[in-house]
Design a protein. Sequence first.
Length: 188
Amino acid sequence: MTRPENDRPRSRLSRFEDMFPGHRTEIVEGAVVLTPLRPTDNSTVNTLWSTLAAQLTDQWGFLSDVAVPFDGDNEFCPDLAVIPEAEADRNLIAYPPDLIELVIEVVSPSSVRNDYEVKDRAYARRGIPHYLIFDPYKAQCTTLWNPGPDGYQGRDVIPYGETVAVETRIGRVRVDTAELPVDPGAGA
């Protein structure tokens, strides 16, 4: 699905580009939110990207920390999102949420509410079929599916050490969570 040039989503986050090195910048519920980047979070994203890339066909591409405007109050930068490769190749500053087939967030200490509550509702309202939350602080993955107006109707929590398996429209996705890093303070 290629979009005309004038149909590109506009990113309000672009004005903050390079202003806050070491932080991810998003707009959540109308507020600019800075999340410090941590090695555990980055390692998780890199591992997930490699794992998914090995399982999906070349028709699918990835976004990471790229703006996805949802509405006037929310412009997220998912840790990882799977979209059609032809769209990812356009190399835009922002993408519409309707392209996303699978979205992944990796929890940081400062993003707990946003990842588990705000994004649950926003991603579901936009009809994103699957949302996976990897939490290196609780050592668990929450899988969400069956989007509805108030959030996802389906939810499973899989402890790290087990395999996450999700049947999606883009194919079966499997992640061995034993390979994912866990924060040293997890469970403390």
